[in-house]
Design a protein around this ligand. Structure first.
Ligand code: MG
Length: 397
């Protein structure tokens, strides 16, 4: 939903972050004291102006039957059609597969190849084509495989008009879960896999996140956040268990001259279970993130100390209390608020009238803090500001 900002959001200073170049707040903007505050499992308020901005990515282009597309700007390219320098055999020798017309082709019986680089959680894009000339049947037809972390296989098979066991079709998490559909192009044409892979996370033998794999084949969902149950494989039923931190991407030599092109991946940000600081967190992690955010805001507040204008520091200190209580910050912000009220009360009526918007803004900030019990409902400076607003009729339209 795209709701216009209320007056408070428009009035509040949104450029304070610029003062903190490079820190959490460098790219932040947006309303403060606005949406519901952080809670036991959410370290950010709703619509939080301090929440880090998502990174900017220039999108790539989609592939056509004849031509591979371009990767997005932050992708790590594993094969761009020119050479196999990023690939090796299982023993570390140069990859013996052929590069032809911008594609790599399995040279049967030379063995599988794998990336020199190792990684784990990723968005993986890979395109493959089974031989145009159909030979063999079932698992013998256009068989290869994409092995995530060198372990679990997302099957590559010419499943176009080909019957085999369901958990061995193209798009299967091999031996574990069949694809939901077989949206294949005819043999010889390229198929596109877009895969989202999350490895299992264990701590002290306890599973924190079992890991999941999602696969789109030619834009059609074939694995829907399928829970990992070990590496899978031929005939044996595998069990869930920990994976290493990193592993290569491996491609299988199953004796068929399958072709691949346009292979790239994007590493994924950490999940809460492995130290990510956004999304639904454990109470312990949410509290830690809230404390860290509050500390950064308090450090920013200290740079805003200004005898002639206590408001920026006061507002920032109050903002820090939204994330975590702090007796010293509360004491100083309360004193600045009392000083602010005393200054207002000393102003001639005409001068005070010119501060209508400012007074209303600060009353709203204190009202937000009272609403969420960060300040007591009878916080004296708030009561004083409310009194001024009422006395001048500023609460009426
Ligand atoms: Mg295979």
């Amino acid at each position: 939903m795209n709701t216009p900002l209320p007056p408070l959001g428009r009035l509040l200073p949104v450029g304070l972050g610029c003062l903190l170049g490079g820190s959490l707040f460098a790219a932040s903007s947006g309303p403060r004291f606005y949406g519901d505050p952080p809670d036991d499992h959410h370290p950010w308020a709703v619509h939080d102006g301090n929440r880090p901005q998502p990174k900017r990515v220039t999108p790539g282009t989609f592939s056509s039957a004849d031509r591979p597309g371009n990767p997005p700007s932050d992708a790590i390219v594993l094969f761009d059609g020119t050479d196999l320098s990023k690939w090796q055999t299982d023993k570390g020798a140069a990859a013996p597969w052929r590069v032809v017309d911008g594609m790599m082709e399995v040279v049967p019986r030379t063995g599988g190849i794998r990336t020199r680089e190792e990684f784990s959680d990723c968005q993986l894009h890979i395109e493959w084509a089974a031989p145009a000339q159909v030979e063999g049947s079932s698992q013998g037809r256009g068989n290869s495989g994409v092995f995530l972390m060198g372990r679990l296989e997302i099957q590559v098979l010419d499943s176009y008009d080909n019957v085999t066991y369901a958990d061995g079709h193209a798009g299967a998490y091999y031996g574990i879960n069949p694809p939901q559909a077989l949206p294949l192009n005819p043999p010889g044409k390229f198929q596109v896999y877009d895969i989202v892979f999350r490895r299992p996370i264990y701590r002290n033998g306890q599973v924190l996140d079992p890991g999941y794999v999602t696969v789109f084949m030619n834009g059609v969902l074939v694995q829907d956040h399928t829970m990992l149950e070990g590496p899978g494989g031929h005939m044996g039923r595998t069990k869930p268990g920990p994976f290493p931190e990193h592993g290569p991407l491996s491609l299988q030599d199953h004796g068929n001259p399958t072709r691949f092109r346009n292979i790239w991946y994007r590493p994924l940000p950490p999940r809460p279970a492995e130290g990510g600081t956004d999304g639904w967190l454990t109470a312990e992690a949410a509290l830690a993130k809230r404390a860290a955010t509050a500390a950064e805001i308090r450090a920013d507040a200290a740079t805003l100390r200004d005898q002639s204008d206590p408001l920026p520091e006061m507002q920032r200190l109050f903002e820090s209390l939204v994330y975590a209580p702090d007796a010293a910050a509360l004491e100083r912000a309360s004193r600045l608020a009392a000083e602010y009220v005393a200054k207002l009360e000393a102003l001639p009526a005409a001068a005070l009238a010119g501060k209508k918007d400012e007074v209303k803004q600060n009353a709203e900030i204190l009202g937000y803090l009272a609403k969420f019990k960060i300040l007591p409902a009878d916080f004296a400076p708030r009561t004083a500001l409310q009194g001024m607003i009422k006395a001048h009729g500023w609460d009426k339209r």
